[in-house]
Design a binder for this molecule. Structure first.
Ligand code: CMP
Length: 140
């Protein structure tokens, strides 16, 4: 199996409730290593670029407003099959459908305020990591 990297965001609903450590504990319990991490206030431009793939969706404006409503923690996670593994640990986008033990089951408030983001594929992971981190900020 290949060592892989994925991009993660701990979203405003989680940072506001002081859940960064609790989310990180679930990430680490799953065997993923946090190899880069920073707390930032996302700008509107950064959020619009990050979610550009959703710009025609009816919830796009709400999503961008939410992502800039409070600080977020951006992360790079490393591990065997990190992309799939993190999506499993996050749980379904809608917390009502998320499995027991997942981050979203434990912490998410709604489909919009769903505590975490994780990349959906290797190509997206590389693009998302590059938007927020330079190579020397990632220490595996
Ligand atoms: P994320 O994994 O960050 O990718 C896109 C985000 O859009 C998703 O998590 C949700 O937070 C958000 N989203 C998806 N569907 C809806 C919806 N119906 N209403 C509001 N936000 C949504």
């Amino acid at each position: 199996m290949a060592l892989e990297r994925t991009f993660s965001i701990i979203k405003p609903d989680a940072t506001e409730r002081n859940l960064t450590g609790a989310v990180n504990a679930k990430i680490e319990e799953a065997g993923l290593r946090i190899v880069a991490q920073k707390r930032i206030q996302m700008t509107r431009g950064q959020a619009e670029t990050f979610y550009a793939v959703h710009k025609e969706r009816p919830f796009f404006g709400e999503l961008v407003d939410f992502m800039i409503s409070a600080p977020v923690v951006v992360q790079v996670l490393e591990g065997e099959n990190a992309i799939t593994k993190y999506r499993d640990v996050m749980g379904a986008t809608n917390p009502e459908q998320a499995a027991e033990g997942t981050i979203r089951k434990a912490f998410a408030k709604s489909i919009g305020e769903n505590s975490v983001h994780g990349s959906d594929a290797a190509e997206t992971a590389a693009m998302e990591i590059a938007q927020f981190f330079s190579g020397n900020e990632i220490v595996g």
